[in-house]
Structure formats: structure tokens, C-alpha cells
Design a protein around this ligand. Structure first.
Ligand code: 3PG
Length: 306
């Protein structure tokens, strides 16, 4: 089978070697498309692919229509909002993710961003400490749980909201359960967002919620930019000079935000939460193994478009 590894943001060389090795040993041929400049590049490259491995690359209806042999798409990572699931299902294409494989990298970045903001962008200005502060985690899944556990090691107290978990599961994961998003925001000196971008979550974090945060609070978003209502965020930052926003997913109006709020807002230039050698190897090799298994045995364990 021909497997296309299409990564606009390439994996570390070690991950690419590992992916190629696993697939080649199983008799598959690997073709790489890295750093491509436009969607047309992906559309052209996918023409004779049987399987596709991507990161946040956009696997649209147009891409799938250009790939008549395509049987499986594996998103090497957690969020699969970049894949048109309905279009895949309509064409009988299996879509999988590799849950948990890059979580540690994202969790470490979330904590790093909290320290960066608390220490005023690593300038000599007097900062504050994380120890003794309250962290709220919105969605206590693979990433959220790791953020909570690492925060506790720094001396933070941790509460979490997750409608898919019982109180017992949240407690077992090391956090105190809270039962509404309003309660979570009101309790959190630092609020770490880990919800996926879904119709129900898009723009769900706005003025009303952000305004509930305690004095001096920081909102940390390593999830998706779409979950933030940027107008509401802007209004809250205007009215509350004590609030801060840090994100690994560049807001649409970042220039406006930084011009207005200076060091109180920071975004990484390119999403880098999962960009470590370890996360690349974990997610990339898992994707390759899932493809080998799918073609060999039909295993669909991580299918997300069931
Ligand atoms: C994910 O959903 O796994 C993360 O957002 C990482 O995305 P990336 O592979 O594009 O860095």
C-alpha cells in the first residue's frame, strides 16, 4: 500500500525514520510531503495514496475526492477537527487519532506558559509564583490530567470540570471535581483549557465566563482558538486590567490584542504544544502501527468516525 505522510509542520527526523521503518517492514511504501505551501500540494500528492498520516493538516472533502484509493486517515495526535469526518464516512474512509501520545508535551507547555506569564515574560519585572494558586482544568482527559498532576507538584491546588467523568474518576486523577463551568472559572487563578473544537464548544469561552475569574487570573489555551469568543475576551481584558491570556493557538486578532494589552497577552507564533521529539515519535509511530494493523487485521480500535 502507498502511505502518504503529509505534515505541513514536519515531525522530527527520528519520528519520520521510525514511521518509515514500521511501514516499510510491513511491506508498505512511504511517500513524504512536508512543509507544503498550499492545499493544492496535498490535493495533488494524495492522488494514489491508500492511507494518509497527518497532523493538523486539513483533510477536506476536496482532499478525499482527489484520493480515490484512500482507505484510512490517521491524525497523529488528539484533536481531529481538521478532518471532515462526514465526508470520510460518506466515502467509507476510516479516520483514527492517536489519543494520549502527545499529551505530555502539551501539558508541559501549558505549565511553562503559566510560569512565563506569572514571571512577566521572563523580564526582571516582579512576578508571582504558581505555588499556592488554584488551577482549574477544563476537560480532565489525557492532557488535562497531566496538567493537573504536574501543577500539584508545583504546589498548586487543582480543580477540574469534565462532563464525561464521574467525581470519583476526577478525584482518582488528582483533582477536586467542580460541577459547572461558571464555578470552575470563578475558582481558578489559572484556567487551563483542554476542550475540543466542536459545534457546542466553539466560542463557548467568552466575556461572562472570563469575567468570573478571580483577580490577577490567567487563561491558558493550548487547545483550539475556535473555543474562545475573541470579542468577549477583548472586552473582558479591556474591563479587567488584572486578567491575562496566554495561548498556543494564535488568535485571529492577535496584533490587536497585543497592541492593546501588551504583556498581558501572549501567543506562540506556531502551535508548538506537541512539537517535541518525544511527542513526534510517540504519535507518529502509533499512527504507523495503527495503519499496519488496520491493513493486516482490520483493527479499528481508534476509529473516530464510527
Ligand atoms: C493535537 O490535537 O494532537 C494537538 O493539537 C497537536 O497538533 P499538531 O500535531 O498539529 O502539533
Amino acid at each position: 500500500m502507498k502511505i502518504l505522510l503529509a505534515t505541513q509542520k514536519p515531525f522530527a527526523a527520528k519520528a519520520v525514520e521510525g514511521i518509515t521503518d514500521i511501514l516499510a517492514k510491513a511491506g508498505h511504501q512511504v511517500v513524504k510531503l512536508e512543509n507544503y505551501a498550499s492545499q493544492e500540494g496535498l490535493v495533488a500528492a494524495v492522488a494514489d495514496a491508500d492511507a494518509l498520516i497527518v497532523r493538523s493538516d486539513k483533510v477536506t472533502e476536496e482532499v478525499m475526492a482527489a484520493a480515490p484509493k484512500l482507505k484510512i486517515v490517521v491524525r497523529a495526535g488528539a484533536g481531529f477537527d481538521n478532518v471532515d469526518l462526514a465526508a470520510a464516512t460518506a466515502r467509507g474512509i476510516v479516520v483514527m487519532n492517536t489519543p494520549g501520545q502527545n499529551s505530555n508535551a502539551v501539558a508541559e507547555l501549558a505549565l511553562g506558559m503559566m510560569i512565563f506569564m506569572a514571571r512577566t515574560h521572563f523580564t526582571p519585572a516582579t512576578g508571582s509564583e504558581l505555588c499556592g494558586k488554584r488551577l482549574g482544568v477544563q476537560a480532565y482527559g489525557n492532557v488535562g490530567r497531566l496538567v493537573g498532576q504536574k501543577a500539584k507538584a508545583l504546589g498548586m491546588s487543582v480543580c477540574a470540570l469534565d462532563p464525561f467523568l464521574t467525581d470519583e474518576q476526577i478525584i482518582a486523577g488528582g483533582a477536586e471535581p467542580v460541577h459547572s463551568v461558571e464555578e470552575l472559572y470563578a475558582a481558578s487563578d489559572f484556567l487551563s483549557v483542554h476542550i475540543p473544537a466542536l459545534p457546542a464548544t466553539i466560542k463557548s469561552i467568552g466575556y461572562d465566563l472570563i469575567m468570573r475569574m478571580p483577580k490577577g487570573a490567567t487563561l491558558v489555551n493550548t487547545a483550539r482558538k475556535e473555543v474562545i469568543d475573541e470579542d468577549g475576551l477583548m472586552k473582558a481584558l479591556e474591563e479587567r486590567e488584572d486578567l491575562k491570556y496566554v495561548t498556543d493557538v494564535m488568535p485571529d486578532n492577535y496584533d490587536k490584542l497585543t497592541k492593546k494589552f501588551g504583556y498581558r497577552v501572549f501567543a506562540t507564533p506556531k502551535k508548538m504544544g506537541a512539537q517535541t521529539k518525544e511527542a513526534n515519535v510517540n504519535a507518529g509511530l502509533a499512527a504507523a502501527r495503527q495503519i499496519v494493523d488496520f491493513f493486516a487485521t482490520g483493527n479499528r480500535k481508534f476509529q473516530v468516525n464510527k
